[in-house]
Design a protein around this ligand. Structure first.
Ligand code: IVH
Length: 693
């Protein structure tokens, strides 16, 4: 995509640009630099600019365009930026129908398929391309005259939904691609939108923290995300797209087919060259089906180690002319076949549905099934998420159900088999009252989750205490859900403060509670008093405040009670805090009961001070902002990484928000400005290193 010289040039230009005010003469270079930085970050997974430098350049581009609207072009990085709501998703026709794939499950299937391909193409040997089969949502992208003009879902294969604005939120999809270099005027490219296992897990964790329901699997997360109306929300999902097929091209007048377009692999290489994400690293070609079989089987072993979910491999005839000769049915091409990995599914019987009340009062239906072994564990109980899921799947007690467990993902019910019903099945009736405290359940219109609003509901209190003691919060080992419940039921524990005056004399006499576990528990409770402040903040279970937000909040205070003084505006300035989160934090600290609990915790010896912040005074950079200017002996990216590693952050310009300006040789306007402001500490490179100790 870029030569080494070009890469060097872009990186140098980016740093030079980050040093000065830019104007409309810089517009084209600025766009090129941002396209390059996006490609490095989102396609190559190899970022070259610090966030602050990137943000600065992006802001400059926006400013220049705002001042000169006539200079805005469709391929400008600003045209990707989410613009509120999609009105609806109009139906569009694919240029070529999006066919499905035939499935194979074993070596014999592949051997048969190979024989057929060789017969149909009248070839003794065929070169096959073998690639991962992504488990996501398929999309088609149309580019015309080098610009992305349309993105669509698969739909019924002939027509799909126009989701162009949403595809632009997927940053690994380039909004401009130099297809003309391959003699192409218009192209339709197929691919799969996926979400990494890691991002999916993080996203689910956030949902759970927010008291919302987790999503069942990464595939649903990807396909659901594509149809979200709010483009900003789509952007936040951090989706990715792998492109695997060129389904249509029209040539520029008087041009002939580019040689690279004569094989499937050549096409993928071209796509990669154009800046698309492909799975070239994992693609191999073979002339013999036995080698294909070996490769797909080998790959199945590697499945769990991959960052994305794949559910098999796809084998394709490499030469495009042979593909055409072999042809297709109305359902699938004959020149390609999917090799499906072993299913991670099993059937069982739904015996009952129970209802669990969470920390935030959410009521979750839980399916009790006949125990079944799946992917190395026995499953007898699994979440049904919410009432809508139960209704959508039309489940009944007594149904035979299909269970899936993919990778590390929590197991879930795929569907039931209504055709196997005997007439004995019973309807699932969602409770109208809390199964624990009998409070009437409430469901806001826009939510799928019913809630118990009684904050003294036993289930919620127990969950809140267990959350406070959990590993990522105060980490009180030994005080898990079951013990909290026991202590609560015995009347030993009513809220989190109670943890610090547990009646150990009485506890000693509890059955199954030995001397050793008691000493360990006492120790863990004692240790929890000096845990870092962010753990305490997280442990309070403020709605929408997950670990990351708790850390960001902690960084802004010296003592937890400083949070009482924060206004909404103060909170909104903190990373990761939006309107919803800020409101929730304000509400939490405005409650007299919550403040009393914090005071009581402090009286019990729990440290509410930010000890890490005090460490920062002795050299740590937590909460401090930095900017580098001039030529330095160390690489700027390394210096910036050092700041971030030590908890500081980089900003893009000199302003009153800047704490330290580190100056190299030939520092220019930034140094002048910093001197003028007078509030900024100016450091040499040496002094900067001294600060890090
Ligand atoms: S080729 C005409 N290649 O699997 C070409 N499909 O089960 C047909 N899929 O609808 C598609 N990874 O959404 C192809 N490397 C890959 C794929 C792939 C995932 C999806 C695609 C297709 C489905 C069929």
């Amino acid at each position: 995509m870029y030569s080494i010289e070009q890469e060097k040039f872009f990186i140098d230009s980016a740093h030079l640009f980050a040093e000065r005010e830019l104007n409309s003469d810089d517009l084209n270079s600025l766009k090129d630099i941002i396209h390059y930085a996006d490609w490095k970050y989102y396609v190559q997974d190899d970022p070259v600019l610090a966030d602050a430098a990137y943000d600065y350049l992006f802001k400059q581009l926006k400013n220049i365009e705002e001042k000169n609207p006539s200079l805005i072009t469709l391929d400008s990085p600003t045209q990707r930026v989410a613009k509120g709501l999609n009105k609806d998703f109009p139906t569009v026709s694919h240029l070529v129908p999006m066919l499905s794939l035939e499935n194979s499950y074993n070596a014999e299937d592949l051997i048969d398929w190979d024989r057929k391909c060789r017969e149909l193409s009248e070839q003794e040997h065929i070169e096959y391309c073998v690639e991962p089969k992504f488990d996501g949502a398929s999309i088609s992208l149309v580019y015309e005259n080098d610009i992305l003009t349309r993105g669509a879902t698969r739909g019924n294969g002939t027509e799909g939904d126009d989701i162009t604005m949403n595809t632009k939120q997927i940053r690994s999809i380039p909004i401009k691609a130099n297809i003309s270099q391959f003699h192409i005027k218009q192209i339709e490219i197929r691919g799969e939108v996926v979400i990494t296992k890691k991002r999916f897990a993080a996203y689910n964790e956030k949902l759970i923290t927010n008291g919302e329901q987790a999503l069942a699997n990464a595939r649903n997360a990807a396909s659901g995300s594509l149809r979200i109306k709010d483009t900003n929300e789509v952007a936040k999902r951090n989706l990715d797209a792998f492109l695997y097929n060129v389904s249509y091209t029209s040539l520029i007048e008087n041009q002939t087919v580019h040689p690279a377009m004569q094989t499937h692999k050549g096409m993928l290489e071209s796509l990669s060259q154009l800046g698309f994400k492909t799975s070239l690293d994992n693609i191999k070609t073979f002339y013999h089906i036995d080698d294909v079989i070996r490769y797909v089987q080998e790959f199945e072993e590697k499945r769990d180690g991959l960052p994305y979910e794949i559910d098999g491999m796809v084998v394709k005839v490499n030469r495009i002319d042979l593909q055409e000769r072999i042809g297709q049915t109305s359902h699938h091409p004959r020149w390609a076949i999917a090799y499906k990995f072993k299913a991670r599914q099993a059937t069982s019987k739904l015996i009952n549905v129970e209802y669990q009340v969470g920390r935030t009062g959410s009521v979750t239906p839980v399916a009790k099934i006949l125990p079944v072994a799946l992917g190395g564990v026995t499953i007898s109980s699994l979440s049904l998420f919410n009432e809508e899921v139960v209704k959508e799947k039309q489940l009944m007690i007594g149904d035979t159900v299909l269970i899936e467990r993919a990778g590390d993902v929590i197991p879930y019910v795929v569907k039931s088999f209504p055709e196997l019903r005997t007439g004995e099945e019973q309807e699932i009736i969602f409770p109208s009252h809390c199964p624990v405290c009998s409070e009437v359940l409430y469901k806001p219109e826009e939510e799928a989750v019913w809630r118990c609003t009684n904050i003294n509901c036993e289930a919620q209190v127990i969950e809140r205490i267990a959350h406070y003691a959990s590993k990522d919060a105060l980490d009180i080992r030994g005080l898990g859900d079951a013990l909290v419940r026991k202590f609560y039921e015995q009347g030993f524990l009513k809220n989190i403060v109670g943890i610090y005056h547990l009646p150990f004399e009485q506890i000693k006499s509890l059955e199954g509670f030995g001397e050793k576990s008691m000493i360990n528990l006492k120790d863990a409770i004692e240790k929890s008093k000096t845990q870092p402040l962010h753990r305490l903040i997280f442990g309070l279970g403020i709605r929408y405040v997950g670990e990351t937000t708790a850390k960001a909040l902690a960084r802004t205070v010296s003592h937890l009670t400083d949070l009482y003084e924060k206004t909404k505006e103060d909170l909104l300035r903190i990373d990761d805090v939006g309107e919803k989160v800020a409101t929730s934090i304000l509400e939490f600290f405005s409650h007299h009961d919550n403040r009393s609990i914090l005071e009581a915790l402090e009286k019990e010896g729990v440290c509410l001070a930010n000890t890490q912040k005090n460490d920062a005074m002795q050299g740590d950079l937590v909460g401090k902002t930095f900017l580098f200017t001039g030529t330095m002996t160390m690489k700027r990216s390394e210096a910036e990484a050092l700041v971030e590693k030590n908890g500081g952050s980089i900003v893009g310009s000199v302003s009153s928000k800047l704490n330290y300006l580190v100056v190299g040789e030939d520092a220019g306007s930034k140094l002048e400005k910093a001197k003028k402001l007078g509030t900024i500490t100016i450091l040499s490179e040496e002094e900067f290193m001294g600060l890090l100790g």
